[in-house]
Write a protein that binds this ligand. Sequence first.
Ligand SMILES: Cc1cc2nc3c(=O)[nH]c(=O)nc-3n(C[C@H](O)[C@H](O)[C@H](O)COP(=O)(O)O)c2cc1C
Length: 256
Amino acid sequence: MIDLAQNHRSIRSFTEEPIEESILNDLLLAGLRSSSSGNMQTWSVIVTKDNENKTKLYEAHVRQGMVLEAPVVLTFCADVFRMREWIRVNKAKQSFDDLLGFLTGAVDAAIAAQTISLAAESVGLGICYMGTTWWAADKIIEILGLPKGVFPVTSLVVGYPAENPELRDRLPLELVMHHEKYHHLSDEEIRKTHAKREQNAWSRYTANEKLHAKLKEEGITHVTQFYTSKFKYSKELHERVSKMLIETLKEQGLWL
Ligand SMILES: Cc1cc2nc3c(=O)[nH]c(=O)nc-3n(C[C@H](O)[C@H](O)[C@H](O)COP(=O)(O)O)c2cc1C
């Protein structure tokens, strides 16, 4: 298990081999066994295999090719709708239609997604998460017909790998792990501990000639500038998506 986790790599290119129904079922049953808040299991997963539906999701996920290539796309949702329906049928006092309900469901959904990811990797499948689920939450709600109380949190493409990428680097554990209290890094410590990651990321991005030319054109000379540029996670993108998320959470009855 530890070996599997320590050798995880995202897979973005897939063979045409379908995933057998019994294997997919086993993966989902593994996900169902995940811990969840109060054992309420306030999550749902939408399985997409149909090409027409995949094409709609592909458009929503800013045309990431892996959505079309993968035999299966899984959209994990925070789901307090089912819990609220159960409460309604039994005439108990209603709850969960708020931010806390959403966050509870979002954590449940993310934990289930990771259980399924590891289960998938354990049988030779490859996975990649899609953060574009947030960017297109409003569109995905429409495409998947999600009722009030249900909100997409993350998505996975799953299939048999058609690539064998190298392990991507990670920050040193000392940066992520804190002993007893949070340790604030000095500027010098930040420079020293991030140097390897900066080097690796920069050489990976600039190995792509087209991207390298664009970076030069924009005067981008450091990986942190790239991360906050229009090519990655700009402040404008964050503000636009954040506003949409708040509006959509309100519409889905998951704010206050
Ligand atoms: C929440 C989340 C969202 C992600 N979104 C995307 C995405 O939209 N497109 C993509 O190609 N990779 C995406 N990834 C994959 C990351 O880029 C990848 O995990 C990271 O670069 C480390 O690479 P590795 O998983 O191969 O070790 C996402 C990963 C996570 C956990």
